[in-house]
Design a binder for this molecule. Structure first.
Ligand SMILES: [Zn+2]
Length: 284
C-alpha cells in the first residue's frame, strides 16, 4: 500500500500499546530485508535514512525507488528522514521526497533547540510533513551516570511538556539512558522518568539507540508509552559479521551477490527479533 503517515502509524501503536520499529536503510541491502520481514509478520514498520548515508545514493531517485517498493507491500509503512541536524538538511529532505522528518536540535541549549524546532514545524506543518524532535542528550559517550549528570543529560519531564506544546511536534525522542551505537556496559533506562514524561506529554514518544537494550527493558519501555523504536547498529553489525564469516569460509574469490543475499537473511532475523519484542507483529 502507499506510504502511511508517521502520525497514523504512531497513533495506531499508541492505541494498540505496541511500538513501531524504525529501521535505517541506505542502499539496496537492508530495504528488501526489512520489507520482507514486515510482510511475513504482518507488522507496520518505518524506514529511515540518516543523512550520514546520503552519499550512497542519488537521494530523489532512491526515495522514489523506496516508495515504489513500499507501494507493492500490503502493510502500513512509513518513511522518515532520521537526524536532520539543520534547516538545510531538512529542506533537502523535504524537496527530495520525505513525508516526515526528524529534526535533531539536541546539540543546542534548551531554548535554542526549542526555537529551531518550532521553525522547522512552521515550515513542515502547512505542507503536511510531520516532525519528530529530540530533547535531552543521548549518552553516546558512555559516561558513568550519576544523579547529577542524569538530571543534566536526560529529558526533563516538565521541559518536555513545554517543548512539545510550544513547538507543535508530532513525536518526541527522549533521553532516558539510551545511546546510539553499542552500549558501554549495560544500558540502564530511567523508567520513572519515562513515566513522568508520558504523563505530561501528549504526543507519541520515541526511543533512539535501540540496539543492545534488553528484551524486558524494551517491553517495559513500550508499556510506559514508547511507540517508536529506532534500530540501526545491530543490523549493521549482523550484516558485517555475516560478511566476515562468509569471506573467511571461502577459499576461492568470494561470490559477492550470494554473500549479499546471506547478509540480507541475517538482517531479516534482527528485524524479526525486534518487531516481535516491540509487539507489532500481526498489527498490520
Ligand atoms: Zn537516533
Amino acid at each position: 500500500m502507499p506510504l502511511v503517515p508517521y502520525n497514523e502509524l504512531l497513533k495506531a501503536a499508541r492505541h494498540g500499546e505496541y511500538a513501531v520499529g524504525a529501521f535505517n536503510i541506505f542502499g539496496l541491502e537492508f530495504l528488501p530485508a526489512i520489507l520482507e520481514v514486515a510482510e511475513e509478520e504482518k507488522s507496520p514498520v518505518i524506514m529511515q535514512i540518516n543523512p550520514v548515508h546520503f552519499y550512497l545514493s542519488d537521494l530523489p531517485e532512491y526515495l522514489s525507488y523506496v516508495k515504489s517498493q513500499i507501494a507493492k507491500t500490503r502493510i502500513p509503512v512509513g518513511l522518515n528522514l532520521d537526524h536532520g541536524k539543520n534547516r538545510d538538511i531538512i529542506l533537502k529532505g523535504i524537496r527530495d521526497g520525505f513525508p516526515s522528518v526528524m529534526f535533531d536540535g539536541s546539540q543546542y541549549p534548551y531554548a535554542e533547540n526549542k526555537t529551531k524546532t518550532r521553525e522547522i514545524v512552521e515550515i513542515c506543518k502547512p505542507i503536511g510533513i510531520t516532525v519528530e524532535a529530540e530533547l535531552g542528550t543521548l549518552n553516546d559517550e558512555g559516561l558513568e551516570l550519576t544523579k547529577d549528570n542524569q538530571n543534566l543529560l536526560f529529558t526533563d519531564p516538565d521541559k518536555a511538556a513545554e517543548f512539545v506544546n510550544e513547538t507543535g511536534i508530532d513525536g518526541l525522542a527522549v533521553a532516558i539512558g539510551n545511546a546510539h551505537g553499542f552500549y558501554k556496559g549495560e544500558p540502564k533506562l530511567d523508567f520513572k522518568r519515562l513515566k513522568k514524561i508520558r504523563d505530561k506529554v501528549p504526543v507519541p514518544l520515541v526511543l533512539h539507540g535501540g540496539s543492545g537494550i534488553a528484551v524486558a527493558d524494551f517491553k517495559k519501555a513500550v508499556s510506559l508509552g514508547i511507540n517508536k523504536i529506532n534500530i540501526y547498529t545491530e543490523m549493521s553489525a549482523s550484516a558485517s559479521m555475516m560478511m566476515k564469516t562468509l569471506l573467511n569460509a571461502q577459499e576461492k574469490p568470494a561470490d559477492f551477490p550470494a554473500s549479499l543475499y546471506k547478509v540480507r537473511l541475517a538482517v531479516k532475523e534482527v528485524v524479526r527479533e525486534k518487531i516481535t519484542i516491540f509487539g507489532s507483529c500481526g498489527k498490520a
